[in-house]
Design a protein around this ligand. Structure first.
Ligand code: GLV
Ligand code: MN
Ligand code: MN
Length: 424
């Protein structure tokens, strides 16, 4: 206990929070040529296991009751004085993309641990239990869809179906990988105890806050996401001897598809975005017309009707392309989530707290997917954004200034405290 302090005067220890962020970032660390650094902890790899072990160790050191569920989500609970009340939960994810930064996801989890430590330090009990969670495979880079762990947590995907998902890299089964890394837990999933409410602190991952010189993003919702895997089967042939008119070339189709995706965003305009982020070429040799290419297409929009139009145009284009080049094209949906609007009262609370703490803020929609969009299905949910330097994320140069991390963590703290019902 460090003297008397009113809960509304509590502020996080940014040094302690930054040290945890940097220590977790050492696991799977990647260094760039100019001093930038990030990490690779793809879901359910050895690096993900090491990251999980570190964070679970911190949770246990803080005396939290750590539970692992059947999809590997980890929920750590600080008891409340009234155990019958539903817990207030914060959290995010600690898996990363293959070229990830050290803030994406990790910030929201480690800020939760900082808040636990702060409450302990000041001897603050709360009526409601307080939970800090990290969810399995938020990124979806290795196992689609993204937000898989939180999706199963809220009952949006059957557990067995999720355990059977295979990895994009080595085709291993998600359930087997969970067992291998020791995170197939005993707690049933979906959860039987929905939180009273959920708040996720996250970096913006885009350029808007920095561009406008604003410290806090008050997130009103998340745009819709559509991932389609396109498999193009052609005919493998010799690169030197096969006349162009006789080719059935899936690599040509993949290139044309990437160009189409850019064109369709221009055609639909507005907020429509489209990305080809993965192209797997078989056999991937300089002098062989490939037999097969697999392309992953990511389409997103805040307006689901426009997103549906983008999907319709994509499928129409693929039909034409298959006919023109004489290839066979099949598609598989990897992820499809409608846009999500967060609870209006929760959004107001975030805005109100940001103002009370003296931070500039703006309302905004999230371009990235987040666990919060899944939690919003079972409890009132909100998100707090902090600026990303140069708008970069999913890039090892991802960075958020310590002052901004501190501001975001303090907004998270005060939003949570309002519902935790503290008693000094
Ligand atoms: C997941 O975090 C995504 O937005 O791609
Ligand atoms: Mn994230
Ligand atoms: Mn991410």
């Amino acid at each position: 206990m460090v003297g008397e302090i009113r809960p509304d005067e509590l502020r996080v220890d940014i040094g302690r929070l930054s040290r945890r962020i940097d220590e977790l970032g050492q696991i799977g660390r990647i260094d760039g040529p100019n001093g930038e650094w990030g990490n690779a902890r793809l879901a359910l790899t050895d690096e993900d296991r090491a990251g999980r072990d570190l964070v679970v160790g911190w949770m246990r050191d803080l005396g939290l009751d750590v539970r692992i569920d059947a999809i590997g989500n980890v929920v750590a609970t600080r008891a409340g004085s009234d155990p019958d009340l539903a817990p207030v939960m914060c959290g995010s994810h600690i898996d990363t993309v293959g070229t990830g930064g050290r803030f994406d996801g990790n910030l929201g989890v480690l800020a939760g641990l900082e808040i636990v430590e702060l409450l302990d330090e000041h001897g603050i009990r709360t009526r409601r239990p307080f939970q800090v969670a990290f969810f399995t495979d938020e990124e979806g880079s290795r196992f689609a869809p993204d937000m898989l762990g939180s999706l199963v947590f809220v009952g949006g995907m059957p557990l067995e179906e999720a355990l059977d998902v295979t990895a994009a890299d080595d085709h291993s089964r998600l359930g087997d990988e969970l067992v291998r890394i020791g995170y197939a837990g005993p707690v049933p999933c979906p959860t039987a105890t929905p939180p009273h409410y959920f708040v996720e602190l996250h970096i913006e991952q885009g350029p808007i806050l920095e561009d406008e010189g604003i410290t806090i993003g008050v997130v009103e919702g998340v745009q819709g996401i559509s991932w389609t895997e396109v498999s193009i089967e052609g005919r493998s042939a010799h690169a030197g001897t096969t006349p162009m008119r006789l080719r059935r070339d899936p690599a040509y189709c993949a290139g044309a598809l990437a160009t189409f995706v850019r064109d369709v965003t221009r055609r639909l305009g507005g907020d429509q975005v489209g990305t080809v982020g993965r192209i797997d070429v078989y056999p991937n040799l300089v002098n062989v017309v490939p037999s097969r290419v697999v392309v992953a297409v990511d389409l997103r929009n805040t307006d689901d009707r426009v997103l549906q139009e983008a999907e319709r145009l994509l499928h129409g284009y693929l039909d034409d392309l298959a006919a023109d080049e004489g290839v066979e094209i099949t598609t598989r949906s990897l992820a499809r989530f409608e846009p999500v609007t967060f609870d209006a009262a929760m959004v107001d609370r975030v805005e109100h707290v940001a103002r009370r703490l003296g931070h500039s803020s703006r309302r905004m929609s999230s371009g990235a997917g987040h666990d919060a969009q899944m939690l919003a299905r079972i409890c009132p949910t909100a998100m707090v954004f902090t600026p990303s330097v140069a708008g970069l994320s999913h890039n090892i140069a991802e960075f958020t200034e310590p002052d901004d991390v501190e501001a975001g963590a303090n907004v998270l703290l005060q939003v949570l405290l309002e519902q935790l019902e503290p008693a000094t």
